[in-house]
Design a binder for this molecule. Structure first.
Ligand SMILES: [Zn+2]
Length: 235
């Protein structure tokens, strides 16, 4: 550990984002004990996993997987929601790294040319000064590059216009269900080429990612579309 880091740790010890226990030198963001309770999903067969099944026939998506289960009021939901409600940009970054590390030993990333984060509505990303999904995707791309993948990131090539009045009147889940491909505006179709990996934080009904994938395939000509979610709600 660098001297400056050691000094800062004395003043402001790094704590587990879940239980607040002071982290050891070899622990990052979440302590070992809490990490054991994170419900990771270990998929070995991407084509037949349950998230892939959820999206089949609804959009031209070839492979889909998620890294952990999203279980309300548990460690998994607190991790996923920390960037959103606590403004923890560092947790979003760490989640992106985790998305790579959990699948690093598989062939999931083979052939991926471009990573595309699902855009947030404009007012949402301004609330915290950062877009959590974009931050996650950027960290994922950085890990992929370090591992030797020749991959680029394309943010802001698709816009998600501000929610209109009729949408705002609906409750959270209804709003998600109402998302259509037309709600996304592809502003740079020429950059959406090759094999795309779409990234989102939570996949629930799949409505958002299906609409996003359909918007892209209608406006651009990607070779293929794949999906990676940080989490997946339990059924
Ligand atoms: Zn902990």
């Amino acid at each position: 550990m660098r001297i400056l880091d050691a000094f800062l740790d004395l003043l402001l010890p790094r704590r587990c984002v879940l239980c607040r226990r002071v982290l050891g030198d070899d622990e990052e963001m979440v302590c070992e004990g809490c990490m054991e309770s994170v419900p990771f999903i270990h998929h070995h067969e991407f084509l037949s996993n349950e998230v892939a099944k959820l999206l089949w026939r609804r959009a031209p998506i070839e492979r889909t997987t998620c890294v952990m289960r999203y279980i309300p009021d548990t460690h998994s939901s607190r991790l996923i929601l920390a960037p959103k409600y606590e403004g923890r940009e560092d947790v979003a970054e760490w989640l992106g790294q985790l998305m790579f590390r959990q699948l690093a030993d598989t062939d999931f990333f083979l052939g991926i040319d471009t990573v595309v984060p699902v855009p947030s509505p404009p007012e949402k990303s301004r609330e915290r000064g950062f877009d959590r999904i974009e931050t996650m995707a950027r960290a994922l791309v950085s890990e992929m590059r370090q591992a030797g993948y020749d991959v680029r990131m394309e943010a802001e090539v698709v816009l998600r216009p501000k929610d209109d009045v009729s949408q705002t009147a609906l409750s959270g889940l209804q709003r998600v269900e109402h998302i259509k491909a037309e709600d996304f505006k592809v502003v740079h179709p020429e950059r959406l080429t090759g094999n795309l990996l779409l990234v989102d934080d939570v996949i629930t009904t799949g409505a958002t990612i299906v609409a996003f994938a359909n918007a892209i395939s209608m406006a651009a000509r990607p070779a293929s579309i794949h999906v990676l979610g940080a989490s997946r709600t339990a059924r």
